[in-house]
Design a protein around this ligand. Structure first.
Ligand code: SF4
Length: 393
């Protein structure tokens, strides 16, 4: 999930959306951005990463001062033990870069960068910038594990780089740029390199034009795609709702069974359709919950669970009735991922790695452009088919 940059309408973190869909800016200007547990977890992990970087590079901090600030973060409801190991990976990566350089680099953390020369009102906050001689390093921490983010041609990273090149132009003559996305829970570290000339060409011939369109309050150019998932208008946008009618194009005198080409067509629309459906459901539920109405729909109570009102008293009564205590409890080992989450990646790697093996995953459909290797059957096709059938039950 992109980190929100308050007040910049054409922000770096939303650039993928407004560059692909310039009309989304005007369309969503009055729609409040909703927060989520994932966004809150990202905010907290960023705060922890910032604290660690400041301690390491910028602010000498006594252990006591660090612990006070650390403990305050750890008391947050969205705290997860694995945040520690994930942010360590980020800090280690930046430390390795700094240590590989011949002299100490300039380092800035949570640095506001302004690219309004090319994007009206455009600015962003880069997680960590290093400058050494004529090289700029832009580093971005991502805590999300749902969508691996690529660093190649990533407009968010390129806008941070553009802002840094402009902001520091009087101090240094940046010629080459290295960007890195550190996403420990989804693919690890992704990097990209480009020159200042390539960046400036992109700024002049691509960004400036896209930003002019996006800043136009009357812009009605809409294009739906992966970027819709972070758009405030994602539930109500008519352009996006077009994917529903796009599923219904097989009428007329066509044969009664779909061809494989038509199956491919349905598959390509399925994931966006599911995401769109989830956004519409969330919008409708929130509207009814906050006192509004959606014609023909209501909220009902979901299936509830039976819970103890007084577990201690209940267990005493059950034991008094002659039931053995052993029947009342179960003791089962945590799975490897659950234990890693509880212990943190570092401790888990130190003590448990020799006892871990990775079982092959089940075959999953993916489009040809998916970066993963094609599935290599290690079992018989009949066995795989049986697994798929069982999953579908
Ligand atoms: S939902 Fe998608 S298509 Fe609609 S305005 Fe937002 S980004 Fe554009």
């Amino acid at each position: 999930m992109p980190t929100p940059e308050t007040h910049a309408v054409l922000s770096a973190s939303s650039a993928e959306r407004w560059m692909h869909c310039p009309g989304s800016v005007a369309l969503s200007k009055d729609i409040p951005e909703s927060s989520s547990d994932y966004a809150e977890e990202g905010r907290l992990a960023h705060a922890l990463a910032e604290l660690k970087l400041r301690k390491k590079f910028l602010e000498p901090m006594s252990p006591r001062a660090f612990n006070t600030r650390y403990n305050k973060l750890a008391r947050d409801n969205h705290w997860q033990p694995e945040m520690d190991a994930c942010t360590d990976e980020y800090v280690d990566y930046i430390t390795d870069i700094a240590n590989s350089l011949s002299t100490r680099p300039f380092i800035a953390v949570e640095q506001r960068v302004d690219f309004s020369d090319f994007v009206p009102g455009g600015f962003g906050t880069a997680d960590c910038i290093l400058i050494h001689e004529n090289t700029l390093y832009v580093n971005d921490y991502k805590h999300g594990k749902g969508v691996p983010v690529s660093a190649e041609n990533n407009p968010q990273m390129m806008l941070y780089a553009l802002g840094a090149v402009l902001n520091y132009r009087l101090l240094c003559n940046i010629q080459s740029i290295h960007t890195a996305i550190i996403q420990p829970r989804a693919g690890g570290i992704k990097e990209s390199n480009f020159s200042r000339d390539e960046l400036m060409d992109w700024a002049v011939f691509t960004v400036r034009l896209a930003a002019e369109k996006a800043a136009d309050p009357d812009c009605d150019e809409f294009h739906s795609g992966d970027w819709c998932r972070f758009c405030p208008a994602k539930a109500l946008c008519r352009e996006r709702s077009g994917i529903v009618s796009a599923m219904d194009n097989f009428g007329g005198r066509l044969p009664p069974l779909l061809s494989d080409d038509e199956v491919a067509n349905v598959l390509s629309k399925l994931d966006p359709l599911i995401r769109y459906g989830e956004a519409v459901k969330a919008y409708a539920q929130n509207k009814i919950l906050s006192g509004g109405e959606i014609p023909g729909w209501k909220l009902v109570e979901g299936r509830g669970n039976r819970v103890w009102t007084d577990q201690t008293a209940a267990f005493e009564a059950i034991k008094a009735a002659g039931i053995e205590e052993a029947l009342l409890y179960e003791r089962k080992p945590l799975t490897a991922p659950a234990l890693e989450k509880a212990l943190g990646k570092k401790v888990f790697a130190e003590v448990a790695t020799p006892y871990i093996t990775k079982q092959p995953g089940k075959p999953t459909l993916a489009p040809l452009e998916d970066p993963r290797e094609p599935y290599n059957p290690r079992f018989s096709a009949a066995e795989d088919f049986q697994n798929i059938k069982e999953d579908a039950k």
